[in-house]
Design a protein around this ligand. Structure first.
Ligand SMILES: Nc1ncnc2c1ncn2[C@@H]1O[C@H](COP(=O)(O)OP(=O)(O)OP(=O)(O)O)[C@@H](O)[C@H]1O
Ligand SMILES: [Mg+2]
Length: 261
């Protein structure tokens, strides 16, 4: 049965999408079958994968049909990103923002994504969910569906308050609805050679110990080029960030317990 991993942080611009895409790419490169789920109305993972079908169906319509009791078919919205080693992905678009509204009246609204992914989970080794920057019902759905959660956090600033909010939610989900959810760790992103990065990394280590991933993801303009070019850096030879994300992916596999021996 495939493992589901959510990439979450309510803070914006910390590297969630870049991490989701590169974790997926790195796992796909190591012969794993990967599905990326864009669960952010901003649709950044979809754009990264090359989704440009404005009239195309997305996760939003599947959820809407499902909660209205219709014939929701999640397989129907799975696409393939040819330029990213044929990674499978489920696109999202701005209409997902409306899901917050129509989920309000639904019974067990926090388990909708879990129920939908249940159908396809056996088809993949890993399903990776890119979350929106919020702590709302969509993120809750991702945490309830997931076996593990990774929290990317910038090294350009140390925001204990922001990390406390998301780690508290993870704790609540573990204690209430999803005891299987593993807190895989916090990934320090956008690291450079400044004292700021060094101090922040140190503060992360002091506050969270083993829960901080051992590697940093470096700050590099190649990350922005990669989203513009719609191609993950793992597929480019000699990319420093690509290499860091491959090391991160190996550690994620170890932590979630799917490591091949
Ligand atoms: N390691 C990096 N070095 C430099 N720039 C980066 C790095 N990782 C991501 N970026 C850039 O920072 C911006 C934010 O990254 P990203 O979209 O991955 O964050 P996010 O947490 O998903 O944002 P949002 O909260 O809006 O969904 C993007 O322009 C991205 O290209
Ligand atoms: Mg994002």
């Amino acid at each position: 049965m495939g493992k589901i991993i959510a990439i979450a942080n309510q803070k914006g611009g910390v590297g969630k999408t870049t991490t989701a895409v590169h974790l997926g790419a790195a796992l796909q490169m190591s012969e794993k079958k990967v599905l990326l789920v864009d669960f952010d109305p901003q649709g950044d993972t979809s754009a990264y994968m090359g989704f440009d079908d404005e009239d195309g169906r997305t996760i939003s319509q599947v959820i809407e049909e499902y909660v209205r009791g219709g014939n929701a078919n999640i397989r129907e919205v799975i696409r393939i990103s040819e330029q990213n080693d044929n990674i499978a992905y489920i696109p999202s678009d701005i209409s997902l923002a409306g899901a917050e509204m129509y989920l309000i009246s639904v019974m067990s609204r926090e388990t909708v994504l879990k129920r939908l992914l249940e159908e396809i989970r056996d088809d993949y080794d890993y399903i990776i969910i890119d979350c929106q920057p919020s702590l709302g019902v969509l993120v809750l759905n991702a945490l309830v569906a997931a076996d593990g959660v990774v929290i990317p956090a910038q090294t350009q600033e140390f925001s204990k308050k922001a990390l406390k909010a998301i780690t508290d939610i993870v704790g609540q989900v573990q204690h209430s609805i999803n005891p299987e959810l593993k807190f895989l760790g916090i990934l320090p992103t956008m690291a450079d050679n400044t004292a700021m990065t060094k101090d922040t990394r140190q503060e992360y280590d002091n506050s969270f110990g083993q829960l901080i991933f051992p590697m940093n993801i470096s700050k590099s303009v190649t990350a922005a080029y990669s989203s513009r070019d719609k191609k993950a850096l793992c597929f480019k030879a000699n990319s420093k960030i690509g290499c860091e994300y491959r090391m991160f992916a190996a550690e994620v596999e170890r932590r979630i317990g799917n490591e091949q021996v």
